[in-house]
Ligand binder design. Sequence first.
Ligand code: ZN
Length: 293
Amino acid sequence: MERRLEKIDCCQICQGADIKDFISVIDHNYSGDVFNISECVSCGYRFTNPRPIESTIGNYYKSENYISHNSTKKGLINKIYHLVRNYQFKIKESSIEKTKITPGKKVLDVGCGTGNFVNHLNLHGWNAEGVETDEKAREIAQLSNIKVYKNISLVDSEKYDVITMWHVLEHVYNLNDYMQKLRSLLKKDGLLVIGVPNSNSYDANIYKENWYAYDAPIHVSHFRKSNMKLLAEKNKFKHTKTQKLFFDAFYISMLSSKKSSKSILLGFLIGLISNAKAKKDGEYSSLIYYLFK
Ligand SMILES: [Zn+2]
C-alpha cells in the first residue's frame, strides 16, 4: 500500500507551534507500521504526527478486528463487548434525559456503525437518525429501516435537538471545521454529546505505547479533558458536564494487555484500578462531554 503522510506543525486546539515527540505506536489494525504521536507543549494536546493524508486513511480501517463496524461475536473480549453494549445504551440514553431533553426529540448519532444506538433510541420513543461513512456498516444499519446519511455534509441544518458521537471525534481530521459543522446541525440550545478516550487516564499511563486507544493511525487525536474544554469554548459551545464511560477502562485495558502479550485478567485488574483512581481525579479511561449550542 502506498504510504502518503502529512506532517502537522501547528496545534489544532491552541494554535501553538511548539510541538514535541511523545510516543511511537504500532498500527495493530492493519499496516503494522510505526506511527509517532506528538504533543503540543502549550496545551498538552496529543496527535498522530505525521498522519496518513485523509484520502488514504480508509485503507487503514480494512480489518476483521474493527468491532464497531461488524457484528462478529468471536473471542472473549468481543463477547463481553456485545453484552455490555446494550447496558451502556441505557446509561447513555438516561444521561441525555438528565439534561431535560426527553424522548420524542430528534437525535443524530454521528458514526452510528451498524445503527445499534439509533435503533435503541427509536425503540424508546426518540426520533433518531444516523451518519456512517463506512459503506458496509451503513448497509447493515439501513436493513433495520433507519435513516442513515453517508456523511454530515448531507444532513440538514438546525434540525436536531441532540447529536451524539461515541468514539468518533478522535478520528476527525479538521477538528474546528467539524465542530462548526456539528453546531450548524443543532437547533438553538441543542446538545452535543461527545465520548472520546482520555489519553491522560491511569490505563493510558500504565500501558504507554501498548494502550489500545491510541489506535494510530485511525485515531488522529488523543484528547485530555482540558483539550476538549478549549475546543468546545473555541467553537462557541457551553461545556456543562463531563461523565465517565465506566466499562471502557476494562475493555481498553484488556485489549491493551492482549496487545502487549500480558494476561487478560491483568487487563481486567488494571481496568478496576483505573476506575478506582478516576473516582478521585476524574481521569477515566474514556469521558463523555455534554456541550450546549
Ligand atoms: Zn496546543
